[in-house]
Design a protein around this ligand. Structure first.
Ligand code: PHE
Length: 345
């Protein structure tokens, strides 16, 4: 037995860890249940009594040595990883490219379209006061949009105080435009992208958080024709050069006249299909000429200047573009949904 121990000792000291899997082969050959060293332990029973002490000691030393060698080669620099890095037959690591969120893709596209015709980007706070979200936008004190049903209030002051002091989450980014009008002199040509909040039950068609891009243009002699041409340009850049637009009369407290803009359904080219509910038209945004009372409240001379405004939901545009019509998908961050928007290289 002594000679065998010596022989294995030399073998393991000279063992070359130079191929993929060599540490595992070493473990199997010497240290596994049926490995050479384990088998020696099995034979230990037949060692004569007077040699037991000496042989036992040598056997234990051999086992420890084998374990040390194995351990240092599974961690060390010459180890498995170094060897396998040189193994060019191994499949590559699955490094995945990230994807932009569809709302970011559409928002960036909207910003890019309007910046090509001279619009700047303005931002403002998500936590706002009543003044910027409602009062200066010509919402009457008892307008239903101020109601708890629609607005998330952060602090609502008692009824004896004016509602102007209320602090709330903005329900539209028109509040940013009020801030721009307060602080800048016309000509103003800006869009305000951002997150807005409304107190709605979450469903496929409604969400309590969504994203808007609102636009504002104020200068001398701005007319509805300018609004029409600007939105025609936007619609054709966004949905394709052949889309048609139409306006339907509408109502917003801050614009007069007000309208809603439809674009012709590009799936059926206006013939009627499921997406446009057989009308041939898709509802895209609200718009109108800025109300005189709003210009006045924001310190702009309404005798001298006129302007138009518009506002759209980014989710709505994304729905039309990608035909994803469950709003909740945009907020769940499910990787299976998001990875479909990965750019194709
Ligand atoms: N602020 C309106 C909304 O949130 C959209 C809009 C903006 C309509 C500007 C007309 C003019 O729905």
């Amino acid at each position: 037995m002594k000679e065998i121990i010596e022989k294995i000792k030399r073998e393991i000291e000279e063992y070359r860890f130079d191929s993929p899997g060599s540490t595992e082969q070493f473990r199997i050959r010497y240290l596994s249940r049926r490995g050479a060293i384990s088998l020696l332990f099995d034979d230990f029973r037949s060692v004569p009594a007077d040699l037991k002490k000496e042989t036992g000691k040598a056997l234990n030393e051999l086992k420890n040595l084998a374990q040390d060698i194995l351990e240092s080669n599974s961690r060390g620099s010459l180890s498995e990883s170094a060897v396998s890095l040189n193994d060019y037959t191994r499949p590559g690591y699955p490094l995945e490219a990230g994807a932009r969120h569809p709302i970011s893709i559409v928002r960036n596209e909207i910003i890019s379209i309007f910046s090509r015709i001279g619009f700047t980007v303005s931002e403002g706070p998500e936590i706002e006061d009543d003044n910027h979200v409602f009062s200066k936008l010509n919402f009457a004190p008892d307008h239903p949009a101020r109601d708890m049903q629609d607005t998330f209030f952060i602090s609502r002051l008692s009824d004896e105080r004016s509602s102007v002091d209320d602090i709330l989450l903005r329900t539209h980014t028109s509040s940013v435009q009020v801030r721009v009008m307060e602080n800048e002199k016309p000509p103003i040509r800006t869009i305000s992208p951002g997150r807005v909040f409304r107190n709605e039950a979450v469903s496929a068609r409604a969400h309590c958080i969504f994203h808007q891009v609102e636009g504002l243009y104020i200068d001398t002699n701005v007319s509805f024709a300018d609004l029409r041409q600007t939105l025609l340009f936007f619609s054709r850049e966004m949905f394709g050069p052949s889309v048609e637009i139409r306006f339907r009369p509408s109502y917003f407290p801050f614009t007069e006249p007000s309208a809603e803009l439809d674009v012709s359904c590009r799936l059926c080219s206006g013939k009627g299909c499921n997406v446009c509910k057989h009308t041939g038209w898709l509802e895209v945004l609200g718009c109108g000429m800025v109300h005189q009372a709003v210009l006045g409240a924001c310190g702009i001379d309404s005798e001298k200047y006129t302007g138009f405004a518009f506002g759209m939901g980014i989710e709505r545009i994304a729905m039309l573009k990608y035909r994803v019509d469950d709003l909740r998908l945009y907020f769940e961050n499910d990787i299976r949904f998001l990875s479909q928007f990965r750019p194709v290289f």
